[in-house]
Design a protein around this ligand. Sequence first.
Ligand code: UN1
Length: 477
Amino acid sequence: MHKNYIAGEWTQGVSAKANINPSDTDDVVGHYAQADEAQTAQATDAACEAQPAWRSATAERRADALERIGSEILSRADELGRLLSREEGKTLAEGIGEVVRAGRVFRFFSGEALRLGGERLPSIRAGVDVEVTREPEGVIGVITPWNFPIAIPAWKIAPALAYGNAVVFKPADLVPASAWALSEIIARVGQLPPGTFNLVMGRGATVGRTLSASQKVNAVTFTGSESAGRQIGMACMERGAKVQLEIGGKNPLIVLNDADLDVAVSTAINGAFFSTGQRCTGSSRLIVQSDMHDRFVAAMRERLSALRVDHALKSGTDIGPVVSQGQLEQDCEYIALARSEGGTVVFGGELLQRETPGYYLSPALITDTHNQMRVNREEIFGPVATVIRVDDYEAAVEVANDTPFGLSSGICTTSLKHATDFKRRSTAGMVMVNLPTAGVDYHAPFGGRRGSSYGPREQGTYAREFYTSVKTTYTCA
Ligand code: UN1
């Protein structure tokens, strides 16, 4: 039984939940504590009490803590990657890659702890100095999704701690094992004042809701579904707390006539189907220019037929299972909806049987779609991509930008003119040229526009906008 970590103590939950392997539903990864409202409140109280000590710890002490945490994560990447793939279903290579990314995020923010500078401005008044400094926000509620069980917790917890905040961490209910392993590392090697970091596993409706409503939580960072994000956002807004939301995408990847076909196909396969298509940055709308359309679709089908969908931990697996029964049903409903809206499923979209019972779905490619169909407006979050045929570059840009979301966008082209123009005119927060819409660097700002994101950017030096509060001081000596 894996416990919660509250006020520096490993603490029983009020109940426990089994963590099931989506590649083999007979395999129980472990049992994990579930907290109630009272236990969540104990964690927020503890964080509130501990934060002043952590805030006044030296920047070097904070940097050292993050360095130790990052180093242990990196030294155990194979083991932790295996655990991650076992509970989430991404392939072992993807799981290990994600763990390495998490370790590097801690290392990056270890350095950032020492680099938190300010500004000094000339005043409009004689003899006055104006200084701009940054202070920790206080207690940060960290609520994370199931699709990146360690990287997303890392890129929220690391900057929170680096800049002197205390943390209450509520991981996704489906993937507590990686979160628990990360928390165990933080608890053991971090040497943080007790209460600075707390792990509270449990349901969103219980733990997440309590965190969003608690007066002791100064800021909430959330990545996950639109509906949960909106509720968290409203709850924070109501009490004047800072909030940061990453809530999905419907990312376009344009393929122009002048694209290199091999590059376009590799980019689309990676962006749409790797990590089982379960990324908010996934390339879900493939916008293909007329003369390229048939060649591209044929090459995609050929490449897809060579991919192996199987147990995440098996060598040779290219695509693991869908994360859960509920997500599998949602994917299948959208594939059926695409058909009923006039789309043609030219590859996949079928349930597969493998040696072990799991949520196996062949990657689905759907042609003959247009941008107003529901499958092109709503986030599916599975191995499902649509193709939208367009006549020219102008139409491609228009379709790409015509979405309620705005996280990431991409273009495959060999034309400098089109690439340059698209970088200017895309209305997404991140733009990729001849690269998948998913798969970002950990030191660059991450985030979107419109319905995808709310609040300051995540990652890189930009993370300080959310995790610190600016103070302006005026001094007349
Ligand atoms: C990536 O594409 O490298 O939940 C990261 C998600 C995003 C992270 C994507 N917040 O899928």
